[in-house]
Write a protein that binds this ligand. Sequence first.
Ligand SMILES: [Zn+2]
Length: 65
Amino acid sequence: MANPKKRKSRSAVRTNRAHLALKETTLNKCPQCGKAVKPHTACAFCGTYRGRQILKVKTTTAKAK
Ligand SMILES: [Zn+2]
């Protein structure tokens, strides 16, 4: 089994972990209802993706606008 030969120094560990921070998620505006949605994902508020109705949405808030 592969085993590390030497213990990593605190500095080496911290240098490595400097790149592990979480990135801020990118959000686009839904062209249909204008709410913030994840890219490449159907809108959870109005159920559309690329201008087509994909999901059945139970709430009526999207229609009211
Ligand atoms: Zn939408």
